[in-house]
Design a protein around this ligand. Sequence first.
Ligand code: ATP
Ligand code: MN
Length: 466
Amino acid sequence: MEKIKRLTVAELLSRHEDLVGKKVDVKGWVRTRRGNKNVQFVALNDGSTIKNLQIVFDLSRFSEDQLRPVTTGSSIHVQGELVASQGKGQSVEVLADELEVYGTASPEQYPLQKKGHSLEFLREIAHLRPRTNTFGAVLRIRHALAYAIHKFFNDKGFYYFHTPLITASDCEGAGAQFQVTTLNPEDLPRRKEDGKVDYSEDFFGKMASLTVSGQLEGELGATALGCIYTFGPTFRAENSNTPRHLSEFWMIEPEMAFYEIEDNMDLAEEFIKYCIRYALEHCADDIAFLEEHFDKDLTERLRFVVENDFVRLPYTEGIRILEESGRKFEFPVYWGVDLASEHERYLVEEHFKKPVILTDYPKEIKAFYMKLNDDGKTVRAMDVLFPKIGEIIGGSQREESYEKLSERIEANGITGMDWYLDTRRFGTVPHSGFGLGFERLVLFVTGMQNIRDVIPFPRYPKNCEF
Ligand code: ATP
Ligand code: MN
């Protein structure tokens, strides 16, 4: 073939007015092929956009034999003239001059033949589902959101701070941990005299796990660099088979010195609105596709969140609203209860019809590091609750008093926290932070129903395929 610069479908479509009448070079996978005795039409997709490029094969130039391997799923390279399209549904098409087939895809074996496979079926072939329109759209949006997150924090002067994934502290309490060991399970139990496993022989010389949160190390970063954020994988071994939990998920955890709870809420609201606005501006085609096929209110819901102030409400008020709602909940409501998703969604979807930031939770249901309020009963926690999702962000002002924090650490029976307490021992400052579950954000922006469908290779109980 002639040496001309290959263009992605996205590049070609964005510049099509300049390119009409010129010879173009494109590569991609065949989505469909149809036609008649005179002409065959191929819809070509290369992942750069939800849009397919139509390739026209004139059968006076190409033989049946040449076109036989051009079936759904096969990969091809085409050169030809870009022309204004005569058909409906596309503005331009390529009149093929030359064809190279990279790889065939047997129609008897390639599983993505017809459109409209169920999401459940696609989960079983998660290794191939990125080739579908739906997952292409979701994964492009996921990328755009990840980029927006880095851009937001970078532009604000936050530093991307890398916290460890393997940790020996088991006190975060955010969830059950996966153990990291090179001990051979065949040799276990290898007990000490007191009946405990002897980890001195293990790789790290003590029990180690995968992190459930980078927050504690993030606080070390914030009390040195001012404002930091983490963005990395976290692991929770909780047996939660819900559409909102994964065993491996990505979390963004900003941590800011000199931020009080109000500053923290302002940042969380600005941040999440920025990300959603970024997706609306940069992923319009993909959002439109998902709206058409899965969720007809998607754009409206996204705009609504961007354009309205979040409600800010103390937990105690939230409990009162739930108690007075007259609603029968599956889990009973009373002051002191950890809210279930049904309670959160009642407040957001039915009572306020807006995102809600719930603050000042009872200290018993929140982590030890949260700053105690003057009432001695509640802590400066803040959870951001979203329609259809429930909790999307959890955060707090942190306890900066060495005395109060070490008291709470002791009361919780936690040990080995001296390194963490050094932040309070030396030059302690008021500071705050929060954690956003990345997949919950992607879930919200794509309008998908199940968190397993917004990450390429989901991990959940009894599933570790691919
Ligand atoms: P939940 O009550 O929904 O289980 P949590 O209170 O345990 O969440 P946090 O420890 O506050 O969660 O974690 C911060 C954020 O991480 C949550 O607000 C949520 O967005 C996300 N998150 C927590 N657990 C998971 C999970 N298993 N899978 C995906 N995202 C999660
Ligand atoms: Mn939480």
